[in-house]
Design a protein. Structure first.
Length: 272
């Protein structure tokens, strides 16, 4: 099986290259014609392209976020539609869902903010693909080689980690091992549609913080005010402060079985 991959230099992209053999890397700078040449003999395309989301969102950076996701997906899909690719797996995020509302894939209410707009446009381009298409909406991905967890560890290991605000916001997370297994399952079962790539057990920020502190054997007594995050990241702080309680009903209905459904067990395995 030959797989073409965008976003190969990112956390998930690197892990996919360790998980699958025979991967062809598509660069964001590749033209449609260059992409089409790379798709010769390719059966599966996995689209992960996108600039880092956890930054301060100036108007200019919002344009970069849109271009790196929406415009790059548009170009990729045009090439796929001219190719013999059999299956397209694109990426989105649970930022598509409204805050403070338990949701699975049947929820139709879209978040009324920039992330809701961005994910909507991103998915709109992916769904223009004429090949069988699956879209994975990522939650917070936990792994030892990158992602949000690695950005937290320095502070937590100093004993300076703490809950964000009142700690009640919900975090929908997934272990990187389960995410890799989701990709395998979608490919093996030839699944199409929208899937929430999250654990079936979302947790409050308080529960997540205490679990991480316990695994690291460090105190977690210093709360992090939301306004401090807004000073650093501006509107982009919503990535850290939004409350998303999201469930993977579509994956479970399709028969996928998770390895990690308890946050502490996931953290223990990652940080052992």
């Amino acid at each position: 099986m030959k797989i073409a991959l965008t976003g190969a230099s990112g956390f998930v992209g690197k892990k996919l290259q360790q998980t699958f053999e025979n991967i062809i890397v598509i660069q964001r700078s590749d033209s449609e014609e260059e992409i089409l040449k790379k798709l010769n003999g390719v059966e599966i395309v996995i689209n992960l392209a996108g600039a880092p989301i956890l930054k301060k969102w100036s108007d200019r950076y919002k344009e970069i976020l849109i271009s790196s996701r929406v415009h790059s997906t548009n170009k990729l899909v045009r090439a796929i539609n001219r190719s013999d690719v059999e299956h397209f797996i694109s990426t989105s995020a649970i930022g598509a869902y409204a805050d403070n509302k338990p949701c699975d894939e049947s929820c139709t209410e879209v978040a009324d903010d920039f992330l809701g707009f961005l994910t909507g446009k991103w998915e709109e381009e992916a769904l223009k693909c004429e090949k069988p298409t699956a879209i994975l909406r990522f939650g917070v991905i936990l792994g030892k080689d990158g992602g949000a967890l690695m950005q937290m560890l320095f502070v937590f290991r100093l004993g300076l980690g703490g809950v964000v605000g009142d700690g009640k916001m919900m975090t929908s997370w997934i272990d990187i091992a389960d995410l890799m297994n989701i990709y395998k399952y979608i490919i093996e079962q030839k699944l199409t549609g929208i899937f929430n790539a999250v654990s079936p057990a979302p947790v409050s920020n308080h529960t997540f913080t205490k679990a991480l502190g316990s695994v690291l054997k460090r105190p977690t007594i210093l709360p992090v005010p939301e306004f401090a995050l807004r000073l650093i990241f501006g509107e982009g702080a919503s990535v850290l402060t939004a409350s998303k309680e999201i469930y993977p009903k579509a994956l479970q209905d399709a028969g996928f079985v998770y390895e990690y459904t308890e946050i502490k067990k996931s953290l223990e395995n990652i940080l052992k």
